[in-house]
Design a protein around this ligand. Sequence first.
Ligand SMILES: [Zn+2]
Ligand SMILES: [Zn+2]
Length: 145
Amino acid sequence: MTVVHTGGCRCGAVRFEASAEPHHVSYCHCGDCRRASGAPVSAFVGFLTEQVTFTGKALKMFENGPVTRSFCGICGSPIAYVDERLADQIYFMLGAMDMPAYFKPTHHAYVREQLPFLHMPDALPRHLKTSVPRPDGQGPDGTQS
Ligand SMILES: [Zn+2]
Ligand SMILES: [Zn+2]
């Protein structure tokens, strides 16, 4: 496998590699990501699951409805989420990547849950809900003008 991108947790017990460029890089302003990360806004780097391999034995999972988030069981760093409606995809926390500056977000998701004091004056598309359409029809329901 040709490694293109690598990442991992803060303590190094969880490491991963991706063999391709990401298909999606986005901010997420939703309350669930906020709870999971502790940060006012999260950002995610999406790959196809088949392009990704994990090493180490510390990866833990937390399942909440269709979304399962993974984190390091030793240092607690959030790592990624998978959504059972997007079965072939995995979205890593941008901050878990070894070269985070490489992954420039191209969308804002869930801006209807964005914190009122958070101002990000870029011209990126803003989605009221998800920026990645789900097969069950819960796709982007419009952009903020
Ligand atoms: Zn760790
Ligand atoms: Zn979110």
